[in-house]
Design a protein around this ligand. Structure first.
Ligand code: SF4
Length: 471
């Protein structure tokens, strides 16, 4: 991504009935690291008690062999987090685990509950005391209020009070439960590894552990996995699904199958459509790695223009990187992505990227290409202009900071200093993704599929200052 200001959300992974459950979840989370790099956690059940370990940092840094060795049990769930709701602090890391009157329970959540503020306020008025700022904690309080003994029904009653995006994993001492909101905003997949069931945000995690992909957890479905096997329940059905289009455009790993389609294949098609809509007379096509790679391949294939890797990404820049000069943003940009001068110099270039958010970083990238000797720079974007914030689990800046919300394409082109700028159209999206009416497009159209409380949606906004660790 040219711009740094749209962030991944979270990833969840769970396994039922495996001798090395925590080791398998560790590997699953390793594959899902792209979905969140702030914190990670694993909760494991040995059928007698639940043990939970969560820390700030990357999966590989947190889960050393001696930690995994202590997380013994045959059922486990895990989580990688980028905060869309609540501070980025250890207390807000997941899985979230508590004891209630029916025993211990642990929860991992990917998404954003859009009526969280209201539901939480109501619970607090009734005396609930929250431990975290997570919208995810609400589900535990709702569950604790349920009177019956049927866990599936209690969860369904609780989930029916929530609106918004959720792909939940819930673990008790002897069950693994997966639930997906009625609109299916976020992906959630079911797989099998020998005699074990696995559930993951993305199928790439199944590949690493050798699990077989079975199917998606359907929108509005709750799946209970226990010693009796797998049972499916309906939470609620929405009129139509609202899959997040950005999972295909940017978030998901290209080697995953998301919403029933190969991510890399969709991205290539986006590039092809982009080449049809916005051809250019240039010498080379380059991607903004890594998320622009496949769309750039598609653009090059369709146009017959040679594909080159004109940028090199430094994959090893961590959060602890110290800038020599706090005000020098261009340095921070260059340390992550550097133009390859031999490829760029004297060339007319099409650069393919997945989106433009605030455009400040994009401008620095264009400047870097000019400095490297590019004769012409033509920018092609495999998403339509982002004109609205997301309230369903993706961290986008407020609307007034989105460049396309306040400027025409011509004005953005002038700001960036590119020779031409082309965003794929909604029609182009439809041709590339297929069935675009099954997808949420609200960040392009402003037509939110559910009511959103723009000033109250994100719980932390009222009381805290947003922390931005990116540079
Ligand atoms: S608003 Fe945009 S980012 Fe959010 S769920 Fe809809 S398509 Fe995805």
């Amino acid at each position: 991504m040219f711009d740094f200001n749209i962030k991944e959300e979270c990833g969840v992974f769970g396994i039922f009935n495996h001798l090395d459950a925590s080791q398998m979840v560790y590997l699953g989370l390793y594959s899902l690291q792209h979905r969140g790099q702030e914190s990670a956690g694993i909760a494991v059940s040995n059928r007698d008690r639940i043990c939970n370990f969560r820390r700030m940092g990357l999966v590989s840094d947190i889960f050393k062999p001696k930690v995994i060795k202590k997380l013994t049990g045959s059922i486990a769930i895990g989580h990688v987090r980028y905060s869309t709701s609540g501070f980025s602090i250890e207390r807000n890391a997941q899985p979230f685990s508590v004891f209630y009157d029916k025993g211990p329970i642990a929860v991992s959540h990917n998404g954003n509950i859009s009526n969280a503020f209201k539901v939480r306020q109501d619970l607090e008025k009734e005396g609930a005391i929250f431990q975290t700022m997570l919208d995810s904690e609400i589900i535990v309080h709702l569950l604790a209020k349920q009177q019956g003994n049927d866990l599936a029904q209690n969860l369904i009653n609780s989930l029916n009070q929530l609106q918004g995006a959720y792909s939940f994993l819930v673990m008790t001492e002897d069950k693994l439960i997966a639930a997906r909101d009625p609109w299916g905003f976020r992906p959630l997949c079911l797989g099998k590894l020998g005699g074990s069931y696995v559930v993951s945000s993305e199928t790439c995690a199944f590949d690493l552990i050798g699990a077989k992909y079975l199917r998606e957890v359907e929108p509005g479905e709750l799946v209970v996995i226990s010693d009796e096997g797998l049972k499916s329940y309906d939470i609620n059905k929405a009129e139509k699904s609202q899959y997040c289009i950005f999972e295909h455009i940017y978030f998901a790993r290209p080697d995953s199958v998301v919403f029933g389609k190969s991510v890399q294949a969709v991205r290539k098609k986006l590039g092809r459509e982009l080449a049809k809509e916005f051809p250019a007379d240039v010498d080379i096509v380059i991607p903004v790695p890594d998320s622009g790679n496949y769309a750039a391949y598609g653009y090059a294939e369709q146009s017959g223009i040679p594909f080159e890797m004109g940028f090199v990404r430094n994959h090893y820049v961590g959060r602890t990187f110290i800038k020599p000069n706090q005000s020098d943003r261009s340095f921070a940009v260059k340390v992550k992505l550097n133009p390859v001068k031999d490829i760029i110099k004297g060339k007319r270039i099409v650069v393919v990227d997945d989106s433009i958010v605030r455009a400040t970083t994009s401008k620095l990238r264009v400047d870097a290409l000019r400095e490297a000797g590019a004769k012409e720079v033509h920018l092609r974007i495999s998403a339509p202009p982002i004109t609205n914030s997301c309230f369903f689990g993706i961290d986008t800046p407020e609307k007034n900071r989105l460049i396309a919300a306040n400027n025409t394409v011509e004005e953005i082109q002038a700001f960036l200093g590119v020779d031409s700028l082309g965003y794929i159209s909604i029609e182009g999206l439809n041709l590339a993704v297929g069935d675009v009416d099954k997808f949420c497009l609200a960040c392009f159209t402003g037509e939110y599929p559910l009511p959103v409380e723009e000033d109250k949606d994100k719980l932390h906004l009222e009381n805290t200052t947003q922390i931005d660790f990116d540079f």
